[in-house]
Design a protein around this ligand. Structure first.
Ligand code: ADP
Ligand code: ZN
Ligand code: ZN
Length: 761
């Protein structure tokens, strides 16, 4: 029974999407039942000259009668959009990220609902044969329209399912509907109907013993509430098969399953695999959908109609009224961390939700994040290992190629070129990995040493080179996107000797096309693969014939290329030398993931790592001990240095056009933090609480200029906060932030707080 409040004096405390860390009071509509039942509904309110859509976060009696308050303009929802677990979890997220609740709510909603649109229809579009179509079906000639008509013979089929049943069915559908033989119909979403829109689930491969053990372990916990499991399985070990079984168990119990995948992991194949195997409609949520489609999937989940939702980062906000399971595939992937606005980590938030929902959460990866490994080792997560590749595939052999003093062509050594030719001659495919887009990273004047730098990203003390693109004709800044043509002559000395220095994927493509002229060379990076389906089209172009894929980390993930027998890795030396504390972890993950592309089927695979630092400890440990040996070393180093996951961190960033303002703001903020942390610790001292020591050791490092001191015309600086005790870190921020918001210096900069930052940029 919701608490009711005297309607004459009721006030809605509204969370609005504005960067102010509080709720706003409005007079509730004059109706008899204003009360806690309104919490979680969207309302329209006047805000200065604007009208905003907010969410009711509290209801109470007005202080002093509330006579000065503006009334709300209208209630959008008949039922709360946020309630129960999701509402609680979002409140938690606002506290954890120290962000305004209104901004968290708005981040959690699909754009159409954020704008205040009504909840959409959630019917399912399906196709069926008309009566004429039923009669004419057998008279159709063999071909796509006939196959399309055949699958509709017994019952209508949902459009999602048609994708998996008849390749390119849309043209057949159009042709038949023009002749009045087939029609598109909206089916009610109730699951009894949608069941029959899905095909019989296909059976998967027979699980090997490790997969079997993993499935059994997951089964045993499927009904015992919250449990976090790290499914730590080498690339190609069949983790997806294990998820599929766990999801099937969840569905059999009548529950919903949410599957999070990295941005590049959500390919049409991945979806088709889920659809074909689960036998229920699978709803996809990703950035390639229209606003309307996203709102429909969100709403279908909210209504409990969507049973399986597969989505990227923001799908973690999907309402799950009948939640049974959450899976996070490739849990180490950087795309799970939102890098602007509300800086949440989808993996971490999924765990919070799993706990609140009291359901199991599975984290899967071949290269688990150090955070998750640490949690698994300390017993907080169940640790399941898959150490063998599934089926007949063998692990690839890995060899380091020392290229010191070797002649290089576009960065490739003669041995590497020979190995590539040999692999092609044996009928295999080759992947050449280089983590740098463009033609060359630098344009240099050979006569005077001038190099092309981005004006918007360089400071007097630190230049930011522009990358050469377009085969040497264009310059582009990879940090701010600035573009310009290559100057005809050196701006400093007028020399014509302007030379691209170093190697990017375009230049590699050029060299390989020249050296291996009889096979296709396909470049895959953000430049060549803008469209959603472009990656797939690239793979289709290659088919099973011998050929070369050249590309960036886009290639590191997700694709099964059965004929890929050689992976050549070049240009990793920068990662080996980087100072960022996560650089080692990222590089190790990337190397293992790229290497894991090789030899995934019957043909054995080989990996060649070309480097100028063959003795580097990271490479040595990784190759001889594997990812876990690397992780052991790295965790020991992090512990010794007081880095995450041992000491949680938060980063206060600031930027401004004027060079001095970010530092001025951060110095003021540091003063505030310093004061509150000594006050917080003094208070706990006098109470003699257990946290006495913990609160003292909040460390403030900086402020310093950011590793990239200027970007897109903005000067940048940062202040790092760390503490071995997460609670004291948050307590200090809770006390300090209200004052930091009010600092006069705060108004002159753009500032943000990032709890658990992934990059110290
Ligand atoms: P991962 O997610 O661990 O990279 P996948 O689940 O994608 O691995 O499996 C890799 C390949 O091995 C897929 O083609 C899959 O169909 C196949 N596979 C998985 N499990 C088995 C099995 N038990 N027997 C044979 N093939 C399998
Ligand atoms: Zn010059
Ligand atoms: Zn720039």
């Amino acid at each position: 029974m919701p608490d009711l409040i005297d309607p004459a004096a009721a006030v809605f405390k509204v969370a609005l999407p504005v960067p102010v860390p509080r709720l706003f009071d409005y007079r509730a509509p004059a109706r008899a039942n204003a009360g806690s039942g309104d919490i979680g509904r969207r309302v329209r309110v006047p805000f200065g000259p604007r009208e905003l859509v907010g969410v009711v976060a509290g209801v109470g009696p007005a202080e002093g009668g509330g006579s000065g308050l503006k009334p709300i303009l209208g209630v959008v929802d008949a039922d709360p959009l946020f309630h129960g677990e999701l509402l609680d979890s979002l409140r938690w997220l606002a506290r954890y990220t120290h962000a305004p609740l209104g901004e968290v709510f708005s981040t959690a909603l699909p754009a159409a609902l954020r704008r205040g649109e009504a909840l959409p229809d959630t019917h399912v579009w399906a196709w069926c044969l008309t009566e004429a179509g039923q009669t004419a079906r057998t008279t159709l000639r063999q071909g796509k329209p006939r196959r399309f008509a055949d699958v509709l013979q017994d019952s209508p089929r949902g459009e999602d399912i048609l994708d998996t049943l008849v390749d390119g069915w849309r043209s057949a559908a159009r042709a038949l509907s023009q002749r009045g033989l087939a029609e598109r119909v909206a089916m009610p979403p109730a699951s009894s109907h949608t069941q029959q829109l899905a095909p019989q689930p296909q059976t998967g491969p027979v699980l090997n013993s490790e997969q079997h053990a993993a499935v059994a372990a997951l089964q045993s916990q499927s009904q015992s509430g919250f449990a976090a499991t790290l499914l730590d399985g080498v690339t190609g070990s069949g983790k997806t098969e294990v998820y599929l079984q766990a999801i099937a168990t969840c569905l059999a119990r009548g529950k919903q399953a949410l599957v999070l995948v990295p941005e590049i992991g959500l390919t049409p194949q991945a979806l088709a695999r889920f659809r074909a195997r689960l036998g229920v409609p699978v709803h996809a949520l990703h950035s390639g959908l229209t606003d309307g489609e996203r709102a429909r999937v969100w709403t279908a989940a909210w209504r409990g109609e969507a049973r399986v939702i597969v989505g990227t980062r923001s799908a973690v906000f999907t309402p799950l009224p009948d939640a049974g399971l959450i899976v996070i595939d490739e849990e180490h992937d950087a795309s799970y961390k939102q890098q602007d606005g509300i800086r949440y980590h989808a993996r971490d938030f999924a765990l919070v939700r799993g706990k609140a929902l009291n359901i199991p959460v599975i984290l899967g990866s071949a290269t688990p994040s150090l955070e998750s490994l640490y949690n698994a080792r300390s017993g907080r997560y169940t640790h399941l290992r898959l150490t063998q590749r599934a089926g007949n595939a063998m692990p690839p052999s890995v060899r380091v190629l020392d290229v010191r003093k070797r002649p290089l062509q576009a960065g490739l050594s003669p041995q590497l070129l020979d190995a590539i030719r040999a692999a092609l001659a044996a009928g295999g495919q080759v992947l050449v990995f280089k983590n740098r887009r463009g033609y060359a990273p630098v344009l240099l004047c050979h006569d005077c040493g001038w190099s092309a730098q981005c004006k918007r990203c360089s400071t007097p003390s630190q230049g930011t080179p522009m990358t050469v693109h377009g085969g040497g004709r264009r310059l582009q800044c990879h940090h701010c996107g600035a573009r310009q043509g290559v100057p005809p002559a050196c701006p400093d000395c007028a020399s014509l000797m302007l030379q691209p220095q170093g190697v990017g994927t375009e230049r590699l493509e050029e060299l390989l096309a020249e050296q291996c002229a009889d096979v296709p060379v396909i470049r895959i990076d953000r430049g060549s693969t803008r469209r959603k389906d472009a990656l797939q089209r690239h793979f289709d172009t290659l088919g099973a014939q011998p050929g070369i894929l050249v590309g960036t980390q886009m290639l590191a993930k997700g694709h099964d290329l059965p004929n890929l027998t050689l992976v050549a890795v070049v240009g990793i030396d920068e990662g080996l030398l980087s100072a960022d504390f996560r650089a080692g972890e990222k590089l190790a993950q990337l190397l293992v993931q790229v290497a894991g592309r090789a030899g995934r089927a019957e043909k054995p695979g080989a990996v060649l790592l070309q480097t100028h630092h063959p003795e580097h400890p990271l490479l040595h440990t990784l190759i001889h001990g594997g990812y876990h040996a690397f992780a052991d070393d790295e965790l020991a180093q992090r512990e010794a240095a007081g880095f995450p996951p041992f000491a949680p961190m938060a980063l206060l960033r600031a930027e401004a056009k004027h060079a001095d303002l970010p530092m001025a703001f951060l110095h003021a903020a540091k003063g505030v933090l310093h004061n509150v942390s000594s006050r917080v610790s003094a208070a706990s001292d006098s109470q003699g609480s257990l946290q006495t020591n913990a609160t003292k050791d909040i460390e403030l490092h900086g402020p310093v200029t950011a590793p990239m001191p200027k970007r897109a015309g903005m000067h940048r600086a940062q202040l790092i906060l760390s503490s071995p005790n997460r609670r004291s870190l948050h307590a200090a921020l809770d006390h300090a932030l209200p004052q930091i918001y009010e600092l006069p210096e705060a108004r002159k900069v753009r500032w943000s707080l990032d709890v658990d930052p992934m990059d110290l940029y």
